[in-house]
Design a protein around this ligand. Structure first.
Ligand code: UD1
Length: 419
């Protein structure tokens, strides 16, 4: 098992390019199974989750390969697909594989999937996915932990989601793209990744509009083709590196970062005392040794992203005063609190609320990452802590960050991976 060995105390300094978005590329890869000819996805990050999704698509009979020297593009030819059964073992490894249900039914009339895996951050039901697909005409049967979905005839429909689920919005958008007639999704999620998925779907010939608002309108089409598409930058990687600058009182420039995507994070960092400026095609972030406390509540986009909450907790644990975090999106997302406690942080959690009493400095310790973003939180804490921090469980970090340690080391952090 690999670990990160971090020597804290270095100010981050320099410039780094942001990778393509994990949460954008995964649904787009799923959507590619509907394409009528090959697709090339540029700016596709090389992450464990992306590799697993590639394996899943290969298991369905598609040809999937990295095609350029930098390895940032993926070629997918779905025309050779001959199976509707998603490999159970692989599906358990990435929750986003549930996205395959909509596009597979649209393309093949049926799909067999198992209950999804992914990060253990509380109950992650799929009722909104099922409700939406059912409304389009898909029927479901369950046996031995599998769900078989069948929908030989799909018809457009008006769907109102009970909650603006990102995954359910994406699944329904994809499936409805090839239904007969018009589908309207109300109370849709508004995340930038949904806008990116709309961009991809329209590039292969679907007719989707409204993504980024809470009403999405999809006019079903009979046939779609292939395309070349560039995936959006990863806004959570951007946010994580912004906090890395804040927590080390560093000065960094994030090339290709889209300021609009990280407004909620920017606003909180400014409250803490970090200087954030939009410069050319990127964002400059300058941290300060004086960090003010702040309160925050996670919410669907454009609210503060739940995927940035653990990283902010690390930062607030060295603020000059008490901060309160309310986690409203997922039930159990304070796993990092106890580990930060080992490093000297003073954090009390009560249900979905965390109260953080800032301390002047954290001290290096041996800690374990139990999910993707809590892992990132511990790495950030290690960057600012006195002495050495060893973070284990970093396979969780690799699921969603492309060689995080190389990026941080290029900015001057003392971090190495020990295999
Ligand atoms: C996506 C992101 C994940 C992020 C999350 C919230 C991907 C691959 N993952 O996950 O990184 O943390 O959005 O921004 O894009 N829910 C239901 N029923 C459903 C679906 C969801 O009750 O059918 C609940 C979930 O339990 C959770 C909330 O809705 O409490 C939000 O989930 P959702 O927006 O669906 O997140 P994901 O798409 O799983």
């Amino acid at each position: 098992m690999s670990e990160f060995i971090i020597t804290g105390g270095s100010k981050l300094d320099g410039e780094i390019a942001v990778s393509g978005g994990k949460n954008a590329v995964l649904p787009i890869m799923a959507a590619s199974v509907m394409a009528g000819s090959p697709c090339i996805l540029h700016n596709a990050p090389d992450l464990v989750d992306v590799r697993v999704m590639s394996e899943i698509l290969r298991g369905l009979g598609a040809v999937v390969k990295r095609v350029n020297l930098e390895g940032q593009s993926i070629y997918i030819d779905p025309t050779t697909m001959n199976s509707h059964v998603v490999d159970e073992g692989l599906m358990r490894q990435v929750r986003s594989s549930i996205f395959l249900m909509g596009p597979l039914v649209a393309r093949m009339g049926k799909a067999r999937v198992s209950y999804p895996g992914g990060c253990d951050i509380g109950q992650r039901p799929i009722d909104q996915h099922l409700k939406g697909l059912k409304a389009l005409g898909v029927s479901f049967s369950e046996a031995h932990g599998h769900i078989t979905a069948e929908g030989p005839e799909l018809s457009g429909v008006d769907i109102h989601l009970d909650i603006p689920s990102v995954g359910a919005t994406e699944n329904i958008m994809m499936c409805a793209s090839m239904a007969n007639g018009v589908t309207v999704i109300r109370n849709a999620a508004k995340e930038p990744e949904i806008v990116d998925l709309q961009g991809f779907l329209n590039a292969i010939g679907a007719k989707v509009r409204g993504a980024g608002t809470d009403v999405i309108r999809i006019e079903g089409v009979r046939n779609v083709g292939g395309c070349e598409y560039t995936v959006m930058p990863d806004r959570i990687e951007v946010g994580t590196l912004m906090v890395a600058a804040a927590i080390t009182a560093g000065d960094i420039y994030l090339r290709n970062a889209v300021a609009e995507h990280v407004q909620a994070v920017t606003s909180k960092l400014r409250e803490v005392g970090t200087t954030v400026s939009i410069l050319g095609k990127g964002i400059r972030v300058r941290g300060s040794h004086k960090r003010r406390p702040t309160d925050l509540k996670t919410l669907p986009y454009p609210g503060f992203p739940t995927d940035m909450q653990p990283q902010m907790m690390a930062l607030l644990s060295i603020a000059e005063g008490t901060s309160v975090i309310s986690e409203t999106v997922f039930e159990s997302r304070f796993k990092q609190a106890e580990e930060l406690g080992r490093m000297g942080a003073r954090i009390r959690t009560e249900g979905r609320t965390a109260i953080i009493k800032g301390v002047p400095r954290l001290s290096g310790a041996r800690v374990e990452s139990s999910d993707l973003r809590s892992g990132a939180s511990l790495v950030l804490a290690g960057l600012s802590a006195e002495g050495r921090t060893i973070v284990s469980g970093i396979e969780n970090v690799d699921r969603g960050y492309e060689r995080l340690e190389d990026k941080l080391a290029a900015l001057g952090a003392g971090i190495i991976r020990q295999e």
